[in-house]
Design a binder for this molecule. Structure first.
Ligand SMILES: Nc1ncnc2c1ncn2[C@@H]1O[C@H](COP(=O)(O)OP(=O)(O)OP(=O)(O)O)[C@@H](O)[C@H]1O
Ligand SMILES: [Mg+2]
Length: 505
């Protein structure tokens, strides 16, 4: 018997023009959680899709319990004990929670009838693992929040009783509570002898869930290590190939900020937020913190004209604005990078260059014609500036790794140099090296006079990047703290404080 439950040896996988994996190794012991880390485009998801039977490797082999195996399909991999929660959600919105969990494997009785009651009961038991017993397993998945859908995706994988459970960035859209339930559940699975492979760009998580780790860089295997022998700096320097100091850069002197650019007065929208008021100055980066459901994204959508406010006023450079649509908002000088890049942000079936110029077409037209030369040049600059991992600007955005898609989206918004830019979860799924670059680009944009509003659930990011932090709670402004002196405690206590608000939230 091999010491390892699952082994990948010297795996090579190429796509047209890209060598995604170039001789990669991975070894996992029974009952342990093994982390897989690497920058965007390093090959993590490709390796998981190979272990999950979706891709056939060009060469190399996979060993299960010491014996070589091949998978003819993802179904085949599941039946041999490997279950994957992919980076992209795969739920069918119109089907119920239970139907999604047991898709194609519903419990069947003697006469070939699906045992509906048993399926519902099993689904409820699975939901209870995440304190979600309140959810009726008959609810269509499309009615549930993104975070809950992500949990159901995980439950679906667990329900197949795998020997190895693979989780590709499972926490990217989870709330903090669900993430900590996930860590408990992973530990429980490990105790039952089930192994996990865990991918995340939140390096601190690696130290909470994993016992061992493999580092990939640019499709190649760098090393593996016991987590107890290493620290975050070791991970970063091996992932990035250099050390990163102070990824947030330096805060400018508040005296250098200009006039108020965005002045929000008593903004309300029934059921979402009320009496919201704040100001953003030219050059300033203001972080918006709060628990999930505090109303930050809802405020952003109203400012951007995607929804309409019930009352209140908004002034941009002293002039009142009331955008009827996002197009209106863009024309008056606002930009908004959405938290859900798949739904609202990117044109997945268009290439990188088209996406990069999509918000600023007027700059790239000569009369009625597109100025292709100028677009090519702008795209080449953006690809270099943001280090978007691609051989060509003419690749469909769908083919890029998750973090690289995020960079394209950010490049598209920063490119229009808006007067006010709202960024919602700007670095979700983005690796640490690229994150430090993105913070640099936001700082540069601010230095040119843009006022920036950063909404983020990552408190470390909020504390690192913000000149000032506005905390929201239950649809209202709970308070403000200075970025330079803010602490995790000061922000959390505002976000969770129970003081009577007198409102109907
Ligand atoms: N179906 C595909 N066709 C062409 N190229 C692909 C395909 N899937 C992945 N690639 C390329 O292979 C490389 C590795 O991508 P992969 O998705 O495995 O990276 P990753 O490590 O998961 O990154 P991230 O952290 O951003 O999710 C990238 O250059 C990517 O553009
Ligand atoms: Mg990936």
């Amino acid at each position: 018997m091999s010491e390892y439950l699952l082994e990948a040896q010297d795996i090579v996988k190429t796509f047209p023009g890209v060598r995604a994996l170039n001789g990669v190794n991975l070894r996992i012991r029974k009952g342990e959680t093994h982390a897989l880390v690497g920058e965007n485009g390093a090959g993590k998801s490709t390796l998981m899709l190979t272990l999950g039977g979706v891709y056939k490797p060009d060469s190399g082999q996979i060993l299960l319990n010491g014996s070589p195996v091949t998978f003819s399909s993802s179904h085949d991999a599941v039946s041999q004990g490997i279950s994957v929660v992919y980076q992209e959600l795969s739920m069918i919105p119109a089907l119920s929670v239970a139907e999604n969990i047991f898709a194609n494997r519903q419990p069947v009785g003697a006469l070939g009838m699906i045992k509906r009651r048993e399926m519902m009961k099993k689904a409820s038991e699975l939901l209870a693992l995440f304190d979600l017993e309140d959810i009726d397993p008959a609810t269509p998945v499309g009615n549930l929040s993104l975070a809950t859908q992500q949990v159901i995706e995980i439950l679906k994988a667990i329900s197949t009783n795998p020997a190895v459970l693979i989780l590709d960035e499972p926490t990217s859209s989870l709330t903090e509570h669900e993430a900590s339930r996930l860590f408990e559940n992973i530990a429980r699975l490990n105790a039952r002898g089930i192994s996990c492979i865990y991918i995340s760009h939140h390096l601190s998580e690696i130290f909470k869930v994993a016992q061992s780790v493999t580092i990939l860089r640019d499709g190649t295997y760098v090393c593996d290590a016991r987590v107890s022998d290493i620290d975050e700096e070791f991970l970063i320097s091996n992932m990035v190939g250099r050390t990163l100091v102070d990824i947030y850069g330096r805060r400018p002197d508040p005296a250098t900020f200009g006039a108020v650019r965005l002045d929000v007065q008593n903004l309300s929208r029934a059921g979402e937020f009320s009496q919201v008021h704040f100001q953003l100055k030219a050059g300033e980066i203001v972080g918006f913190s709060g628990l999930v459901g505090a109303g930050r994204t809802e405020v952003a959508l109203a400012l951007f004209g995607a929804t309409q406010r019930d009352s209140g006023k908004v002034f941009l450079d002293g002039k009142e604005i009331r955008p009827k649509s996002p197009r209106d908002a863009i024309l008056s000088g606002l930009g908004y990078l959405t938290e859900d890049r798949k739904q609202h942000g990117l044109y997945l079936d268009f290439d990188i260059r088209q996406n990069l110029v999509s918000n600023q077409l007027h700059r790239f037209t000569i009369g009625a014609l597109m100025n292709d030369r100028a677009i090519d040049q702008a795209a080449a600059t953006a690809i270099a500036d943001y280090r978007i991992a691609t051989k060509s600007a003419k690749r469909n955005v769908r083919m890029l790794s998750g973090g690289n898609q995020q960079k394209v989206l950010l490049g598209a918004w920063i490119g229009i140099e808006p007067k006010v830019l709202i960024v919602d979860e700007p670095t979700r799924g983005v690796d640490i090296g690229a994150r430090s670059e993105i913070y640099g680009f936001l700082r540069q944009l601010a230095a040119k006079g843009t006022a920036i509003m950063v909404i983020s659930s990552d408190l470390t990011e909020i504390l690192g990047i913000s000149d000032r932090i506005v905390v929201m709670k239950g649809g209202r402004i709970a308070g403000e703290v200075e970025g330079a002196t803010a602490t995790e405690e000061s922000v959390i206590s505002l976000a969770t404080a129970t003081k009577p608000t007198g409102g109907n939230h």
